[in-house]
Design a binder for this molecule. Structure first.
Ligand code: DP6
Length: 329
């Protein structure tokens, strides 16, 4: 791993969010932050978090979009990082994303991936990708996947993610993000999944069923079979939402526009257009499509829902230093 020096001696790391096709939702061990379900992610290109890290201050500090963050959310991450990477260093990190944070666009995945890499660079350490993925997992389990580019897997109970295929494996694949509401969500994924674990009568069934969805999705990926992958993606997010709807109190992230977009995808699929939606802990809808259908899909959304902003992405590189071209396995 090279070293990046930006202005003021900061080391800038760049990471893109990991969108789950098969979802992680629920923890096997909350102290270790290991997932109860295996997940399959795509690291997205074009949207990213940039985090500049310096060392040498007395205590750790994290600033996101110019706002100093409550450190308690970061203590386990920094403690684990120092232990795992054998360093005494303290860090000051300033982070900025070019997409709405904490709105169900997986900003914690890119955030902690960039933070892990930036801290390692600032401390002049050269850990492996797997070690960085482990450290990022403590911050946010989805961030373990964002260290790697392309298509990734994080097994149930796993310490780190692995890359299944790189970002060049499926050149026609596109992911359209429809931003229905850029405001910050009320309930974090962390709180939402814990509520589901503790209160949803369907949670056990969700966990038991997750293995089959994951295996089928990895097969679909190998076969580059969009219909098979899209079908499993729908099952995964809808079953995850079933645990949210059945929690006490119920958790409903959906907005009217989310439902309209789900319906639009159904309609377009009936017309032969590739559009397979998925959702996370927020109202935004992400759609899997192929290059020759992307224009049609985007124009349908713009025409029917002019208030909804779309972002077209594709599988992208893993976390890397700003001084390096896209890297990450
Ligand atoms: C719905 O990784 O944000 O996006 O580990 O508690 O920080 P913590 O949760 P987080 O949860 C992501 C949940 C999800 C699905 C996924 O990305 O797999």
């Amino acid at each position: 791993m090279g070293t990046s020096y930006t202005e003021g001696g900061a080391h800038e790391a760049v990471a893109s969010p990991s969108l789950a096709i098969v979802k992680y939702w629920g923890k096997q061990d909350s102290r270790q932050n290991t997932p109860a379900t295996p997940s399959l992610g795509i690291t997205l290109s074009g949207i990213e978090t940039r985090t500049a890290v310096t060392r040498g201050r007395e205590r750790d500090a994290v600033v996101v979009d110019d706002t100093p963050q409550e450190l308690s959310r970061y203590v386990p991450f920094f403690t684990y990082l120092r232990e795992r990477l054998c360093t005494e260093a303290r860090f000051h990190a300033e982070s900025r994303s070019n997409f709405p944070a904490a709105a169900g666009l997986a900003s914690s995945s890119s955030g902690f991936a960039a933070l892990a890499l930036g801290c390692a660079a600032a401390a002049e350490l050269e850990p492996s990708r797997e070690q960085l993925s482990e450290v990022a997992r403590i911050g946010s389990a989805s961030a373990a996947r964002a260290l790697f580019g392309g298509f990734t897997a994080l097994e149930a109970g796993a310490a780190h993610a692995v890359q299944l295929r790189d970002e060049h494996f499926w050149p026609e694949l596109r992911i359209v993000i429809a931003v229905t509401q850029p405001e910050t969500k009320e309930t974090s994924s962390r709180d939402g999944m814990e509520r589901a674990r503790l209160t949803s009568p369907y949670y056990r069934a969700w966990v038991n069923d997750s293995r089959l969805l994951f295996t089928t999705a990895t097969e679909a990926l190998e076969e580059r079979d969009i219909e098979k992958l899209g079908t499993v993606a729908r099952m995964s997010y809808l079953r995850m939402f079933a645990t949210m709807f059945s929690s006490t109190p119920p958790l409903i992230y959906w907005q009217p526009e989310s439902v309209s977009l789900i319906r639009l995808c159904e309609e377009l699929r009936r017309e032969g257009v590739t559009a397979w939606e998925t959702m996370d802990a927020g109202p935004q809808v992400k759609m899997l499509t192929l290059d020759n259908d992307v224009e049609h899909l985007v124009s349908e959304i713009e025409e029917r829902m002019p208030q909804v902003k779309t972002i077209v992405t594709r599988p992208g590189a893993g976390a890397h230093l700003a001084s390096e071209a896209g890297a990450g396995g």
